[in-house]
Write a protein that binds this ligand. Structure first.
Ligand code: LLP
Length: 431
């Protein structure tokens, strides 16, 4: 983890800024992002497409971490944006994100959501189901306008990842099935509407995927359909969106490819298929979330109580937990961490890191090797930049944590810590 170094005091730094200083200034739990690392990840995707000479859009999947500052960085890096809700779309509009580069997703888009997207002229809607086609047609008719769409299909590919985050297999709530003619029916319905332009197809096979085989197989399945539609309906897509899901390293057990590796494998397969069919190379769109922000953020926690069960385990408890990072409890996700104020010190004990919520399952890390831990020490948990803050909750009425961006040695608060009054702000009295 290159941007994270140790200074002469033995403290963990991010882009030159001492994490103990950040904890003191902003409090804990605190999310800290290295903005240059975000930019580097974005550029790795964008530049690989450029080097391969392929027209592309890299749409940041904002569900991984959405905030006005984050979307401003995405905008500065010329990314497009994947939003899946009115809230994510609203945040994008607040960040002044170019609307023509916003793509709206969702398996149950409401009338209001679709209308907001239409009225704001988003670049593309990824159509997911037949009900949505009805709603969208009605809204376009009413607003006397048109829309570019992609058809989301489920290619029936099982990616090797945790069951909860599989979205591309056939028994899925997302998209139109390729195998039973649903996708084709949707295409014919959409294609006959004068105010809808079918730009192409979309699929997303899962998340935190390390092998390229899943993406290659999904591409092959898409091209079986494209070949059929080309022959039978004289239709060739101008866009193919292969979704996100590129895996990152959380612990030593993970062995991801460099980001360019995923893009190269995808482009090579698409090029081969395109050549076989004798069609023009479509624009390739991808939607990375985790791989843009995951490794660029850490969470700082203050260590409080310590409990030892002799011969069994030592627990250390931190001032956050499943409320700012549900991933260990929900997916048994593994993380690595160090004591930020003892970063250079040798390992002295094996501890398990507990969250503060009133729930036994609120454990952040099992069996972590650390220097001797005392209360008041600062725990830095790595790779929490994706699906940490964005999935945080108010369980036990914890206020949401603060988020700080660090760039070129300067720190800036980008999401304020919530106050208790704010947690209870919508409560009304019953007395
Ligand atoms: N596109 C679509 C259509 C998606 O459903 C997703 C993620 C992405 C792109 C971005 O995938 P990424 O590049 O971030 O893997 N909460 C889970 C991950 C859920 C992912 C849902 N869809 C986690 O914390 O692991």
């Amino acid at each position: 983890m290159n941007p994270f170094n140790i200074n002469e005091k033995g403290h963990l730094t991010i882009d030159g800024v001492d994490t103990t200083y950040l904890a003191k200034k902003y409090g804990t739990p605190l999310f800290v992002y290295d903005v240059n690392a975000i930019r580097n990840n974005a550029r790795a995707f964008v530049n690989t497409f450029k080097e391969l000479g392929v027209k592309a859009q890299v749409a940041y999947a904002s569900k991984a971490f959405s905030s006005i500052a984050m979307l401003q960085v995405a905008k500065q890096e010329n990314l497009s944006l994947d939003v899946v809700s009115q809230g994510e779309l609203y945040t994008a509009l607040q960040a002044d994100f170019p609307v023509d580069k916003i793509h709206l997703h969702g398996n149950n888009k409401s009338y209001d959501e679709l209308e907001m997207a239409v009225k704001n002229n988003v670049g593309c809607i990824v159509v997911d189901n037949f009900f949505e086609i009805e709603l969208l047609s009605e809204i376009l008719e009413q607003n006397q306008t048109s829309m570019d769409v992609l058809i989301r299909v489920t290619p029936g590919i099982e990616a090797h990842t945790h069951d909860y985050i599989l979205t591309g297999n056939e028994d899925s709530k997302f998209g139109f099935d390729l195998s039973n003619g649903q996708a084709e029916k949707a295409f014919l319905l959409l294609n006959q509407q004068k105010n809808i332009h079918v730009k192409g197809l979309h699929c997303h096979i899962g998340s935190q995927i390390f092998e390229t085989e899943g993406f290659v197989m999904a591409t092959k399945r898409l091209f079986e359909t494209i070949s059929k539609w080309k022959q039978e309906h004289h239709y060739s897509p101008t866009v193919l969106n292969l979704g996100g899901g590129f895996g990152i390293r959380y612990t030593e057990e993970d062995d991801p490819l460099p980001l360019s590796g995923y893009v190269e494998a995808l482009v090579a397969e698409i090029q081969q298929q395109v050549d076989q069919l004798g069609m023009d190379m479509p624009e390739i769109w991808i939607e990375p979330g985790r791989s843009i922000v995951g490794n660029t953020g850490i969470t700082l926690y203050t260590i409080g109580s310590k409990k030892e069960i002799p011969g069994v385990r030592k627990y250390i408890s931190v001032d956050g937990g499943m409320t700012d990072n549900i991933r260990p409890a929900l997916y048994q996700a593994k993380y690595d961490a160090i004591i930020a104020n003892k970063a250079g010190q040798p390992v002295a004990e094996n501890v398990s890191v507990a969250g503060k919520c009133c729930e036994s399952g609120d454990m952040l890390i099992w069996d972590l090797e650390l220097p001797t831990v005392n209360h008041g020490d600062l725990l830095a948990m790595f790779s929490t930049g994706a699906y940490g803050y964005s999935m945080s909750s108010h369980y036990n009425r914890f206020p949401k944590a603060a988020v700080v961006f660090v760039e070129n040695g300067k720190d800036k608060l980008v999401i304020k810590r919530e106050a208790y009054q704010e947690v209870a702000r919508y409560d009304l009295s019953y007395e």
